[in-house]
Design a protein around this ligand. Structure first.
Ligand SMILES: NC(=O)c1ccc[n+]([C@@H]2O[C@H](COP(=O)([O-])OP(=O)(O)OC[C@H]3O[C@@H](n4cnc5c(N)ncnc54)[C@H](OP(=O)(O)O)[C@@H]3O)[C@@H](O)[C@H]2O)c1
Length: 264
């Protein structure tokens, strides 16, 4: 089994896609380091891992805190001596029009979704270079392929990840470090509940599209297989992925469809 005894660090591991990745890795006998900024939820995930008899180590971490990121990285290296796989998955979505969104909200989304992944990757990278091996993955979104109404900062952050991680891929090739960018479409998680509105409060609603997406478990299996197969990119989802091709091949149709999205 590819992941057996590999040390895999997952951010955003307390919910949704990240949590599903944890359990799939537990089944595949990986050593899993789980991070998020809710201790109780991490305790719950660890208890489930214990039931699966998997090694699971909690690193409570807000991905916007650079000092804590460095401490967490050192602690993982001290405990296990290596980090084989880093999955930058923590993220927050958005439901607000550009015209009504104060720039603080744009910055907050960029801090979590872009700089969080950048900072953790920079902390881990020297160890992977020393090891001359490693896998780094990041969870983008199909909103990282095109802009979409109500998600201006979210889409911008996901596009920024693409530029950063694509560059990284070329730079670390000679160190035997592989980089995957995952582009999920709609996955059944709580992401729309936590999405930030114009005043920074949570959207608090399960969007219909979200609810009809693929399961987080299916997403996690495809995600992990893509890392294992050293894919550079993977689109994960169902019919909504057609939008990626429509945007590329029939842009006028894409904008016609996108215009129909109404603020909720
Ligand atoms: N669900 C989808 O349809 C979909 C589609 C495309 C892309 N994605 C991406 O998939 C990733 C996971 O999202 P999800 O759908 O699984 O949503 P989710 O269930 O809301 O999970 C988000 C995770 O990110 C963590 N997180 C948020 N802010 C954080 C911070 N400042 N520091 C540390 N952890 C933080 C959350 O931890 P706490 O709960 O502890 O705050 C939670 O564990 C995100 O990057 C998202 O953009 C999701």
């Amino acid at each position: 089994m590819f992941y057996q005894n590999k040390v895999v660090w997952i951010t955003g591991a307390s919910s949704g896609i990240g949590e599903a990745l944890v359990y799939e890795l537990a089944r595949q006998k990986a050593i899993i380091v789980i991070s998020s900024n809710q201790q109780e939820e991490l305790d719950r995930v660890k208890q489930n891992c214990d039931k699966l008899q998997a090694e699971c180590y909690i690193q409570f971490l807000d991905v916007t805190n650079p000092a804590k990121i460095n401490i967490a990285t050192t602690e993982i290296i001290t405990k296990y001596g290596k980090i084989d796989v880093l999955i930058n998955n923590a993220g927050i979505s958005q439901r607000a029009l550009v015209v009504e969104t104060p720039v603080d909200i744009d910055r907050k989304i960029m801090e979590i979704n872009y700089f969080g992944s950048v900072m953790i990757t920079k902390a881990v990278l020297p160890y992977m270079i020393k090891q001359q091996s490693g896998y780094i993955a990041v969870t983008s979104s199909i909103s990282g392929k095109f802009g979409f109404p109500l998600r201006s900062a979210y889409s911008a952050a996901k596009h920024a990840l693409h530029g950063f991680f694509e560059t990284l891929r070329s730079e670390v090739y000679h160190h035997n470090i592989k980089v995957l960018i995952a582009f999920p479409g709609r996955v059944q998680t709580n992401i729309s509940l936590h999405a930030l509105t114009k005043d920074g409060t949570p959207h608090g609603k399960m969007d219909e599209g979200q609810n009809t997406g693929i399961t987080a478990e299916k997403c996690a299996r495809q995600y992990l297989r893509a890392i294992e197969k050293d894919k550079k990119e993977i689109l994960i989802g169902s019919t909504e992925l057609l939008m990626v091709y429509i945007h590329k091949i029939f842009p006028r149709l894409f904008y016609k469809l996108a215009r129909k999205i109404k603020p909720t």
